[in-house]
Design a binder for this molecule. Structure first.
Ligand SMILES: NC(=O)c1ccc[n+]([C@@H]2O[C@H](COP(=O)([O-])OP(=O)(O)OC[C@H]3O[C@@H](n4cnc5c(N)ncnc54)[C@H](OP(=O)(O)O)[C@@H]3O)[C@@H](O)[C@H]2O)c1
Length: 303
């Protein structure tokens, strides 16, 4: 709790110190008229990390548009944000399968009809496959790649140009600490998060100095429905690392939005160290180690 607060305070101070620098370097498109009001779009907000981000950013005063596929869950969470954050201007929700080609157009329609534009995109929706590569069905593998890679890229490509033209805004992509290494027994998921980390760092470099922050958050195992959905509850990595609270990831997102500097952000010093180790340990050692961590414990065979 105190760690979160101290981190947020530091991020705000660093953000305030760097703001003049960001402004000086953010000139292109500055004079484009902005008639609507800013809004934060959160994908995958039906529970877990997305829900925690909604509650946190709601309390911080963001106007929110929450997306996911379950309308009832979304409405419940929107109601909780309103109840916990009466100072928040408004919280909207829209149930949409982001794999559908018309998803961004639907989101735009809702924003325009309410007089808002997407100022902050939290690309959080994601899922993992349920089994080792040879045992997964092809359709699930394609869904993982579609949601984690294609949808995330499509949304970033859709909203980033207007942010750059306005010289303000932010994109946060939800990656994973596991994206820094190959992940045997969840190979497609970890490859997809390696993609998220890589594209975030590259695009952040491309838009540097243009007033827009592009960053990725790299959580370790976090309490949500994710592991049960991915059939991963029996893996060694959960016993080894434990699970952090979803709100800790949400606090990291909030910190990244305030400091707006580093493109890759881990939730706290422990995962920053793990991330550093994963970057320097050679693949010939790291892959077998990840294989042990991701294997199911005896008596809990992965499908
Ligand atoms: N939990 C962890 O240990 C962990 C660690 C590192 C990174 N992450 C990442 O954090 C993000 C959030 O995960 P979580 O832990 O909060 O898991 P979660 O509770 O399963 O949430 C995943 C969210 O993604 C949404 N989603 C999935 N497919 C979708 C689609 N086709 N269209 C629209 N929404 C879709 C889900 O909506 P529905 O409810 O409609 O399915 C849900 O809201 C993911 O990107 C995940 O990879 C999680």
């Amino acid at each position: 709790m105190w760690g979160d607060r101290a981190g947020l305070l530091t991020a705000r101070l660093v953000g305030a110190m760097l703001r003049p620098w960001h402004r000086r370097h953010a000139t292109k498109g500055r004079d484009e008229a902005i008639t609507d009001k800013p809004l934060t779009l959160i994908t995958g907000a039906t529970g877990g990390i997305g829900e925690a981000i909604a509650l946190r950013l709601g309390r911080a005063g963001h106007t929110l548009l929450l997306t996911g596929r379950d309308e009832t869950e979304l409405q419940d969470i929107a109601a909780r944000v309103r109840a916990e954050a009466p100072e928040t201007a408004q919280t909207f929700s829209v149930a949409v399968d982001l794999q559908s080609q018309g998803a961004a157009a639907l989101i735009d329609e809702i924003c325009a009809s309410q007089g808002f534009y997407v100022d902050v995109l939290i690309n959080n929706a994601g899922l993992a496959e349920k089994a080792a590569f040879l045992n997964n069905d092809t359709q699930l593998i394609e869904t993982v790649i579609d949601v984690n890679v294609t949808v995330l890229t499509r949304l970033m490509r859709h909203y980033l140009p207007a942010m750059v033209a306005r010289g303000s805004g932010a994109v946060i992509n939800m990656s994973s600490i596991g994206g820094l290494a190959p992940g045997p027994y969840q190979s497609v998921y970890y490859a997809s998060k390696a993609y998220v980390t890589s594209i975030t760092e590259a695009v952040a470099h491309e838009v540097r100095g243009r007033g827009v922050y592009v960053g990725a958050v790299l959580p370790g195992p976090t309490k949500s429905r994710f592991h049960a959905r991915a059939n991963g509850r029996g893996s060694y990595y959960l016993s080894f690392f434990g699970e952090m609270r979803a709100d800790r990831v949400a606090a990291t997102v909030e910190r990244a939005l305030y400091s707006r500097h580093w493109p890759l952000v881990e939730p706290g010093p422990f995962y920053a160290l793990i991330g550093l180790a994963m970057r320097v340990i050679p693949g010939s050692l790291l892959t077998p180690l990840m294989g042990v961590l991701y294997k199911q414990r005896a008596g809990k065979p992965r499908l």
